[in-house]
Design a protein around this ligand. Structure first.
Ligand code: G3P
Ligand code: CA
Length: 266
């Protein structure tokens, strides 16, 4: 798919990526706003429609979840079961792409989106690129080599960040494509996991906002990790973390958060 924004110069994407890789300066600048599963309050999560809405809202980083089908296709889907989104039994991992690609993954959200079918990771990366955004690829299942192969084939090394709760996956992925920033996702007590974070040394850390304290954020900042919080949808919560100098806010409402990020930072 081509549109006007496909002419977005690759150096702009590179600058956004660089911003994510540069050590943070506490309390300076504004947080990067990351659309969670696309603009998932406005359109069904992890669909082309949600990605396109996020681009239109001006999001420069778009997160989506990726799983591997039984026959090896990497596709956008969050849950380990198909039921909530597609209304059928089974899983991505237990199905072939031929059957997955026919599912309706939009009607659960609104009948107006009944045309939305699952899309591949490659397609999602291309949609982000055409919309001038970095793809924040969240690994849910599948091996590192499969992810690296698609990203390399698309020559999208400068257009993606890869994150996962599975830190062993991230270490393996880094061996495949060392130049790509990785994000270690986590929740609960940061202090229980800080040793493992330091050992992995990711470009950034993505934590559940309600499990992180201001002191935890300071710990991560002192260690020079960039920090993104998920899933922040409340303006007051966002203001609080912005004032504390968080680097990224992962949100279902990128339009709302982009306004907050801009306030007072001109
Ligand atoms: O981007 C981080 C966040 O998406 C992790 O949780 O369950 O929404 O994939 P989940
Ligand atoms: Ca996710």
């Amino acid at each position: 798919m081509q549109n006007e924004s496909s002419n977005w110069p690759s150096w702009i994407s590179f600058l956004i990526l660089l911003a994510f890789m540069t050590p943070p300066a506490m309390g300076e600048g504004k947080p990067l706003i990351i659309a969670h599963r696309g603009a998932s309050k406005a359109a069904p999560e992890n669909t082309a429609a949600a990605i396109l809405r996020a681009c239109k809202m001006g999001a420069k980083i778009i997160e989506f979840d990726v799983r591997k089908t039984a026959d090896g296709e990497l596709v956008l889907f969050h849950d380990d079961k198909l039921e909530r989104i597609a209304g059928v039994k089974g899983s991505i991992e237990g199905s072939d792409w031929e059957s997955i690609k026919k599912l309706d993954v939009g009607s659960w959200f609104d009948e107006a989106f009944s045309d939305q079918k699952p899309i591949t990771m490659g397609k999602a990366i291309e949609l982000c690129r055409e919309g001038g955004a970095i793809a924040l690829v969240e690994h849910k299942s599948g091996d590192a080599a499969s992810y690296a192969k698609i990203i390399s084939e698309l020559k999208a090394e400068k257009d993606v960040i890869v994150q996962s709760f599975n830190w062993r996956f991230l270490a393996g992925f880094r061996k495949q494509l060392p130049g790509i920033p990785v994000g270690a996702l986590g929740s609960k007590k940061l202090s229980d996991k800080i040793g493992a974070i330091v050992e992995l040394n990711p470009e950034w850390v993505g934590w559940k906002f309600s499990d992180l304290s201001a002191a935890d954020l300071e710990t991560l900042q002192k260690l020079k990790f960039r920090v993104a919080l998920w899933t922040v949808n409340g303006p007051e919560e966002a203001e609080k973390w912005k004032a504390l100098g968080v680097d990224g806010i992962i949100t279902d409402v990128p339009d709302v958060m982009l306004k907050i990020a801009e306030q007072g930072s001109q």
